[in-house]
Design a protein around this ligand. Sequence first.
Ligand code: HEC
Length: 227
Amino acid sequence: MLPLARGTTAPARHTRYHPGPGSLQSLVTGLGIAILTACLALPAAAISAEEDPRAAVSLPADVATAFLAEMRTHMANLDDVVAALAEEDFKTAASIAELQMTQGHHRWATMAENGASDEEIAAAKARFKAKRAARNGQMGAGSGQGKGMGGGSGGMGMGPGFGRYMPEGFRAMGDSFHEAAESFAATARSLANPAGREDYRSVLEGLQEVTSACRACHDAYRIEVSE
Ligand code: HEC
């Protein structure tokens, strides 16, 4: 993932390079430019609505607004996690991910705001997970009733969730995101200060699983407002 992301910033530098004609180098550079041009053409194509490869999810206007607001908090939380990691504050990074990004996060954040201890939240989480697993078991495969992404307008994760508006594949990607956050939090929580190189590597790998879940869903879906 990382080399790919870095590669996307390379074209500007490479296209300025003009070796003599006929050399192997010019062939390779020419090929490189052709591939880069092909890659660069993609985002331009995605701008036109008909060619947008993402599946549209239709939401009523108020739900769409709440959904996008939630997305912006995810961005803010991610920034807070990175800031905490930069300060070697692994406990804070873990707790942001646990309270704001895991399955049922509206409930955990509300509990924390109301003064619940880490142990109380962990116990509530365990009960919630067991219930969810039982419900999913009854329903066969799949991710339950779509109660994930709860509380768009009601807060607290108890109100009407976004999940019921979302297609199955979208909910599955939401689940992967929550699971990646859970496992990142466990890794971050397990680290002692001062952290070594390997610790940073493992915590970054964990975080990258979270960001790749953001990315996968953004590549696959877009929102449109239903009338
Ligand atoms: C399960 C799917 C899914 C996941 C996971 C997901 N997003 Fe999104 N996000 C979306 C969709 C769909 C949109 C709307 C995109 C569109 O309509 O063009 C969106 C939009 C956004 C926006 C734009 C909000 C606005 O006001 O327009 C931001 C910022 C964002 N997401 C950040 C994140 C971050 C950061 C993560 C991970 C930490 C994340 N998202 C995870 C589906 C997801």
